[in-house]
Write a protein that binds this ligand. Sequence first.
Ligand SMILES: Nc1nc2c(c(=O)[nH]1)N[C@@H](CN(C=O)c1ccc(C(=O)N[C@@H](CCC(=O)O)C(=O)O)cc1)CN2
Length: 281
Amino acid sequence: METQLLEGKKLAEKMQSEMKVRVNSLLEKGKIPGLTVLLVGEDKASQVYVRNKERQATKVGIKSEIIRLPETISEAALIEQVEQLNEDASVHGILVQLPLPKHINEQEVLRKIDYSKDVDGFHPMNMGNFLLGNASALPCTPYGIMELLKAYDISLEGKNALVIGRSNIVGKPMALMLMEKNATITIAHSKTKNLKELAQQADVLVAAIGRGHMITGEFIKPGAVVIDVGMNRDEAGKLIGDVDTASVMGIASYVTPVPGGVGPMTITMLLDQTIKKVEAE
Ligand SMILES: Nc1nc2c(c(=O)[nH]1)N[C@@H](CN(C=O)c1ccc(C(=O)N[C@@H](CCC(=O)O)C(=O)O)cc1)CN2
């Protein structure tokens, strides 16, 4: 079987060039979409991600700012920053880059974002509305994956989908989005006993485990669609996914590469949701 790459980077470029047109028409009406990202601490990967968010936001015409805060900031001081942004009419989207340092309660901070400015879809109000089928903002990674599947005309109806990972930002919302498209969902996690067996029955497999190259060809049902959410570094510091892409080639029908698959779609959906906030005004 020939395995086709699901090229998130290419789709992201296409979607972002369409976003430039959307932003231009907002600018003509005197509206400038504004996105502010709060970055706490020195985490190397997070620094790369927020820089990329800022660069790509600027490219499509969004006014973007990163507020860098020290690792030692208190939860109260971080919440104060969030509340200031809630009051700032030029800011349409607020994003707190995750993970936060251990002394800060992530959920407490996220719930303090004005939910109408939450472009990550992590606010409990948005999560709840999403669960009820009435979303106003969606978690960007699973949203990007759904757009990628749509762009490649991959039908989910009646398919067995296995989501490996149960995080709030990927696994749980991913399962729900696949279910909305009439797939039959299984969620696996670190305590799942028969992972390989479950994987071998999956028509669609989403790997969001955080363990480099854990999913090899022997986990894959012939013809399956394989989505790799992993962002791991090997011993040489090279970025690798949760899926050993080379070993699934020839077995899967589709696979997302790392880099160039899911990651670029995550940022693109963030930009989309920021623009939508202003379009809806
Ligand atoms: N507030 C949030 N925090 C985090 C989220 C999120 O959606 N909201 N997701 C992840 C990290 N993330 C975005 O923040 C993210 C990860 C990876 C990429 C990406 O484009 N990856 C590239 C490779 C980049 C590299 O070379 O390191 C790729 O896959 O091609 C974008 C966004 C956790 N935190």
